[in-house]
Design a protein around this ligand. Sequence first.
Ligand code: GLC
Length: 484
Amino acid sequence: MSQRQINILFLASEADPFVKIGGLGDVAGSLPPAIQNLSNDTIKYDIRLALPFYGVIKKKLPNLPKMGEFPLHTGGIIIQTSIFEYTHRGIPVYFIDGAPIKEEDPVYGSNFVADSEKFVFFSLACLELPRFLKWRIDILHANDWHTAVAIHQLSTQAVFRQSSPMPKKILTLHNLPFMGAGSEDALTRFGIEPADDPHLPTWARTIPLPMGLASADRIVPVSRSYAQEILTPEFGCGLESFFKSHSEKIWGIINGIDNTGWDPASDKFITSNFNVENLSGKISCKNTLLTELGLNLQPRTPLIVLISRMDQQKGVDLAINSLRMIENLRWQAIILGSGDSKLESAAMDLENSLPEKVRAKILFDSALSHRMYAGADILLMPSRYEPCGLSQLIAMRYGTLPVARATGGLKDTIRDVDKHGHGTGFLFSEASANETVKALKRSMEAYMQQERWNGLIRNAMDQDFSWNNSAKEYCALYQQLIEK
Ligand code: GLC
């Protein structure tokens, strides 16, 4: 039997290990290899990744030879574009460079004019890649607003219009509120026409993410619940009617995590490895972590961690307020993350007022996050919305039970603990400090019953959050679209 091949160009604004700011970086770093690994005798997935060649990546890979260059013609302007190639975990990675990607600029800046030029240029340059590589694509798979313009523009490119059949377009939706607003000037400069889908509100027709959503063959929110939530005014960001009229093309797929990078049994960043059969290493991880951060070891005291971008979305304010409300109970907490300066100060204030209980580390420190997932008892995640959430998946894999708001991917991946001791975490519905406190108290009561708690840890650790199932769902989607 002959082997079929599906060629997929995967576009993202970040991918681990080259550049990672948030969950998108984890997904773009681990999903393409998981898809490629599903190749077998009958079908081969040739999936390739494209990323902007940011200054931070150039520093990491200083001597990467240039593969070639071409002039990008768009809207009457010409931008010289260079392509660099690298191979990571068997996946060809193409770094795209050109004047709009400025070496000194951050990956995401506060200047939306610069960001929109950069990402619109990147999206357009990616559409030239298949011709440049002499590689026909079956699927264009983009992620979030940064690469949504590629989805919108694909059908206007002569090279694809002439190819039969046209490549299919998938847009994975990691975070709806970030739509790329403010890109209007860049779009005009690059000669890009607004979207013409009558279901899109007028304001959205010149904004990258909605433009991509309108042209995509499939919209993939990163959990089933989030796929439902975006149909409502609370989560739809003004696009709920648009989503409702296109509900047939929305298909939620939950993210996985990279099970080899996140494995308590072999993790190089933690002092004692452990697994579900032998949890003694987890206890020493907790002791080492407390000592490292100058907190006293106290018997029967749960260690709560918050590992998060400091952002409204993540409910960091709810976390801090709820901890204040129970400051007289027995617990210790470590907060790790950076972002919004008000939330950063609130975290530092909490440490200052409760120095024997709290540490706040205002930074991005991947190694420390590993030690925290391993050493903690409870992960606090009171997100206001959470398309998928990866921290709760990692925490459960390390036997740290989440206390989380029942929204989006949190709702889909955490089973609320019931009175029989079934479940993997503690969920609450309303985004308020009161409700957070109630769930925290439930978790602390369970923690006090050691046998029961160990049973819950085992429930959490026994689950499979690898990419196995979800990568298969993406492959099924690719096949279904191609066969249509
Ligand atoms: C965004 C979402 C988060 C999701 C991640 C990866 O950061 O906020 O919920 O897990 O993307 O899809």
